[in-house]
Design a protein around this ligand. Sequence first.
Ligand code: APR
Ligand code: ZN
Length: 256
Amino acid sequence: MENSDKKIILAAEKIIHAKHLVAFTGAGISVESGIPPFRGAEGLWSKYDPQVLDLGYFHQYPLASWNVIKEIFYDFFGTARPNAAHDALAELEKMGLLKCVITQNIDNLHQAAGNTVVHEFHGNSHKLVCTKCKRHFELAEINLEVLPPKCVHCNSLIKPDFIFFGEGIPMQAYQASHVAAEKADVFIIIGSTGEVSPANQIPIHAKNTRATIIEVNPENSRYTHFITDIHLKGKAGEMMTKLMEQIDQKLKAKKG
Ligand code: APR
Ligand code: ZN
């Protein structure tokens, strides 16, 4: 039997017997939905200047910033649909095996797949906020054909409610993620380089509080030789599909 198959079987065993399974996702889980990662050969930051997500630049050049933000996060991301990996995490929640998803992604694909407990460490592009009166808006309420969008209440600049470089992590998501990492006895990392802090401290916190770390990534990440116990080396869609097949087989065998 292939070593990779043995790892899938081992990971499936860990998940079935987990008391508190938590998933932690990065841009890699959405690549098969057509959303490029931020880093790597085809990464967004190799095409666009990350300064559009710098808070100072955004306030100084709102139109220039919004033109790129709209192109990346609304025109391009907007059509993306959940893939097999998102569906697997939604299924694990439905089966009562997965307690929550902690995601660095802002693409709303975990919610679209059906997960209901999602801690969004970097916010969500489907929500927007007025930079002055702090009123929140749903994406459907904002006309992105007129840029930069202005608040209907105070006519101030509206920004996407995901964090820009230089902004703090949403407190509720930060705290809930740390609690979940602490409680986790099995922690599955899907599609993250582990390069961005403080998000990259969450898997380390889970490891330090004795979780078994399963990692799904076609490449090695900062986690792989540091905290990962079982590395399922492959694309999220393919690995999560194989994992779910194994979990189903084992649960059927358990039922007898
Ligand atoms: N399946 C699984 N993993 C994949 C796939 C795939 N099909 N394709 C790529 N990957 C992996 C890459 O190997 C890489 O490790 O996904 C990871 C993507 O890395 P990043 O683009 O750095 O994504 P992430 O770790 O989520 O970045 C963190 O950086 O710019 C900020 O706020 C942004 O949330 C983002 C944060
Ligand atoms: Zn306002």
